[in-house]
Ligand binder design. Structure first.
Ligand code: NAD
Length: 478
């Protein structure tokens, strides 16, 4: 798979490049072009031109047809998308086959379906005797695209998370410039091929590759021609983008980091809670923003829970490597820090030795820790690896206080069989998403996003359309 930019309907890979490394064994997969400021300028100009040209004149029906053609195009190249996502991320093939690629197809289909309901619907309201006292008026509201939307996506769910923004942005009639993570350029390039084949107007969708700071990401998010920024990634990167966007008062939609808590009450179904925590802490080796890194357990079941979670973590195999050598080193540095901070390592705590080609890849062990104070950096900072710290609590209020004592607020899980407790606790957990007796059970129409340092705004269903279009009120005196 050769990574290429896609600008104004043309594929190009001029300029400098950098190597793409396979996380599973450290081998070189190919090279990626690094977009210069000129390439980013060209992409923004192409997007502006598309808005002034045929793309800007499309109606909802045409855009819905375009989104369906893209969904069909991904479906037709399903295996290529799976291969590319597996190669770039090292994730289990089954995960790409059952989650990444189907969800990308679903994102385009869902927004094609939603189009007829929303962005171009006029809400009309008769307002008699309005404030000037001059009689009746008819107010109606139309939704207008924002213009050129910059989309910056991370490496952990490359295709899924970028299409989660691209589809609603295009649905609303915006033109898009996507900059995927430098670690995972391949499915974005394939998507550009599909969009090209689907016949979207030149410049409606543009793709530039490259790094973030002082590179393509920064050139794009600080560009005066960009009308909105939709970003998923680390909270610190969100802050940097916000500073960069401030000069042009560019609106932002942010899905950022987390330090997600799980609350396990003594009345929970213990088997389900252990199973659920294994999934929520270790799926994709903890490299999902929704993964649990802090587990708070009712004291009567604390010891048994820790033993069972530790046994399950030690027996895990095949959740895939860390994305890069740098990220592997970061996760291992937290394992060392946890020991220095006084943690008991119940399971894992290092890098595995397989005795095969995986030993040159970027693998770490699923790790369960106990015994740290809540002030420990390992308990407060996002590691983004297969690790959780388990601590006991004595009362419901204490559990809530522990869960909420975090700068982050993305997702949480509550394990209890007491219905009243579930309803009492869930609204009091300071996260944008609360799962009760489950994890990562997603209905794509529901609001998705974080509070505090975990994000700004909501995505999902009509919530995404709200960000990617702007209501304009028209008032006509009668
Ligand atoms: P990252 O912030 O390092 O990078 C994300 C993207 O931002 C990349 O494309 C990168 O090139 C770009 N970037 C970096 N610095 C930039 C800058 N100064 N200006 C413009 N662009 C810049 O994040 P990552 O390591 O790729 O992803 C992991 C992080 O993403 C974790 O913190 C995780 O919690 C978070 N995440 C959040 C969600 C969510 O929905 N809330 C989902 C997935 C991942």
């Amino acid at each position: 798979m050769k990574a290429e930019h896609y600008v104004g309907g043309v594929f190009r890979s001029d300029g400098p490049s950098f190597p793409l490394i396979a996380p599973v064994d450290g081998s070189e997969l190919g090279t990626v072009p690094e977009a210069t400021r000129e390439v980013v300028d060209d992409a923004v100009t192409a997007a502006q031109r598309a808005l002034r040209g045929p793309w800007g004149a499309t109606g909802a029906e045409e855009r819905a047809a375009a989104l369906r053609a893209v969904a069909d195009g991904i479906q037709a190249r399903f295996d290529e998308f799976v291969d590319a996502e597996v190669a770039d991320t090292g994730r289990p093939r089954d995960f790409a086959r059952t989650v990444d690629v189907p969800r990308a197809i679903g994102n385009f289909r869902a927004y094609a379906d939603l189009l007829y309901g929303r962005p171009e619907r006029a809400y009309t309201t008769q307002v008699p005797g309005w404030s000037a006292g001059t009689g009746q008026a008819l107010n109606y509201t139309v939704r207008r695209p924002l213009g050129v939307v910059a989309i910056i996506s991370p490496w952990n769910l490359p295709l899924l998370l970028s299409t989660w923004k691209i589809a609603p942005a295009l649905a609303c009639g915006n033109a898009v410039v996507l900059k995927p993570s430098e670690e995972t350029p391949s499915t974005a390039t394939l998507l550009a091929r599909v969009i090209d084949d689907a016949g979207l107007s030149d410049g409606a969708f543009n793709l530039v590759h490259g790094h973030g700071p002082a590179a393509a990401g920064e050139f794009l998010t600080g560009h005066p021609g960009v009308d909105a920024i939709a970003f998923t990634g680390e909270s610190a990167t969100g802050a940097a983008i916000m500073r960069n966007a401030a000069d042009h008062v560019t609106p932002v939609s942010f899905e950022l980091g987390g330090k997600n808590p799980a609350l396990v009450f003594a009345d929970a179904d213990l088997d389900a809670a252990v199973d659920g925590t294994v999934r929520s802490s270790f799926t994709h080796s903890g490299q999902i923003c929704l993964c649990t890194e802090r587990v708070y357990v009712d004291r009567p079941i604390f010891d048994e829970f820790v033993v069972r979670l530790g046994e399950r973590a030690s027996a895990l195999d095949g959740y895939g490597p860390m994305i890069s050598a740098a990220h592997r080193d970061k996760v291992l540095s937290y394992y060392r820090l946890a020991r220095d901070e006084g943690a008991t390592v119940v399971a894992g705590g290092g890098a595995p030795a397989f005795g095969d080609e995986r030993d040159t890849g970027f693998h770490v062990e699923p790790t369960v820790l106990t015994g740290l104070p809540e002030t420990a950096r390992t308990v407060r900072e996002e590691v983004f690896g297969p690790v959780c710290h388990v601590a006991p609590f004595d009362t419901e209020d204490e559990a809530l206080a522990l869960a909420n004592d975090s700068p982050y607020g993305l997702a949480s899980t509550v394990w209890t069989r007491d219905l009243s407790r579930a309803h009492r606790v869930a609204p009091r957990v300071e996260t944008g998403i609360v799962w009760v007796n489950c994890w990562n059970l997603r209905d794509l129409r529901t609001p998705f996003g974080g509070v505090k340092a975990s994000g700004i705004g909501r995505e999902g269903g009509e919530y995404s359309l709200d960000f990617f279009s702007e209501p304009v009120n028209v008032c006509i005196q009668i």
